[in-house]
Design a protein around this ligand. Structure first.
Ligand code: 6AU
Length: 374
């Protein structure tokens, strides 16, 4: 059923970024979407680091988000994390690990922060089911806060304890400083996505921390630029780096046939999200779930595909329960904000071109939605 009309369905991404009750990561994402003119998230369901990084390069300019399933990447490790962080920084997108947490609080904290994946270290966004009850959100929020605080404390300690070295010394160290997985596990300053391949000399760390502390205090993200005659590259530079914070999406609805995430379950999901607006940025759902006055959640929608020529209007699926809708249907009619596309792009002969096609479709549907406001 289409959503009842809520103000957020008619507002631009830019306008929504400035509303109260929005998590800092959500505000940044909305500004990124607005500046880069893309509401496309590519679902990188690939099984090797090489394929992941190649895909990220191919589609990076067309997306606001890259969604990973880290547990299907055979050789997942420090090279994956660092490589992904580098492409994301260069091509300007955020990383969303589709972990679908679903356990008791104490267990999900460990799954989020430890083990071979160490998700909190490299993914700005992740997602969770609420079937274990609301404590799953509290637990993940607590784990995210502790991880970020530990990172900052550690870096500050190193700054105050370290003896400043000339920057040339750190440059000369670069050759042999590629972090290994054990570094990354023990030492938060070695989080590869943040290190960008450099040994944290006192000089380079103090540059990093000034960005981090600024982002961590609850200041509004800078307003995204009015593009005007400015190039998109300049506008993206002006947007600055993402806040060094973490955010969560709740699975409120699913795209697969016969799933049980309906009715009261979905409503409960929204009620839990409202209690954690700083951390829960929105939902995985098939329609906008913003209903109350203060709601400004972002809806990300999987099960999106464009029909092959001649198949328009026909029901689309994958034979394994997945059900597809078009970008136009989910964005224009259902009020969703971000389209998540996997095989529609992954299986295309030219992925770059396919991503551009989906980006244009998703953006046109959004523009039409905004134009329809009165
Ligand atoms: O476009 P596809 O069908 O190739 O891929 C869809 C992607 C997959 C799923 O794990 C994921 O979206 N997904 C999710 C997510 C994002 O949480 C929820 C859902 O209900 N359906 C779904 O397909 O990586």
């Amino acid at each position: 059923m289409p959503p009842r009309r809520h103000p957020t369905v008619s507002l631009s991404y830019e306008e929504r970024a400035s509303l109260p009750n929005i998590s800092p990561v959500a505000a940044f994402l909305l500004r990124l979407i607005s500046t880069k003119h893309t509401n496309l998230c590519v679902s990188a369901d690939v099984t090797s680091t090489t394929e992941l990084l190649q895909l990220a390069e191919e589609v990076g300019d067309s997306i606001c988000l890259l969604k990973t399933h880290a547990d299907i990447i055979q050789d997942f490790g420090d090279r994956t994390i660092k490589g992904l962080g580098d492409v994301a920084k260069r091509r300007k997108f955020l990383v969303f690990e589709d972990r679908k947490f679903g356990d008791i609080g104490s267990t999900v904290q460990k799954q989020y922060t430890a083990g071979p994946l160490g998700i909190v270290k490299w993914a700005a966004i992740t997602n969770a089911h609420i079937f274990p009850g609301p404590a799953i959100v509290t637990a993940l929020e607590q784990a995210a806060k502790s991880a970020i605080a530990a990172y900052n404390t550690r870096v500050e300690t190193e700054i105050s304890a370290g003896t400043p070295q000339p920057s040339s010394a750190s440059e000369s160290d670069d050759e042999d400083s590629s972090p290994d997985a054990s570094d990354a596990d023990d030492d938060p300053t070695a989080w590869p996505a943040e290190r960008q391949g450099r040994k944290p000399s006192v000089v380079s760390v103090s540059t990093t921390i000034s960005t981090k502390t600024e982002a961590i205090s609850p200041q509004p993200t800078p307003r995204s630029p009015d593009l005007g005659t400015e190039s998109m590259e300049a506008a993206l530079e002006r947007l600055g780096p993402p806040p060094f914070l973490r955010a969560l999406l709740l699975l409120a609805e699913m795209s697969s046939e016969g799933n049980l995430l309906t009715g009261a379950y979905t409503e409960q999901c929204v009620a839990i999200a409202r209690q954690h607006r700083d951390f829960v940025m929105g939902f995985i759902a098939q329609r906008s779930l913003n209903v109350e006055k203060g709601d400004n959640f972002i809806t990300m929608t999987p099960g999106v595909s464009l029909p092959p020529p001649g198949q328009e209007g026909k029901k689309m699926g994958d034979g394994l329960g997945q059900q597809y809708n078009t970008p136009r249907k989910v964005v224009l009619e259902m009020g969703c904000d971000v389209i998540i596309v996997g095989r529609g792009i992954l299986n295309a002969p030219d992925r770059r071109r396919a991503a551009e096609r989906y980006r244009k479709e998703g953006w046109a549907a959004y523009e039409e939605r905004i134009r329809a406001r009165r």
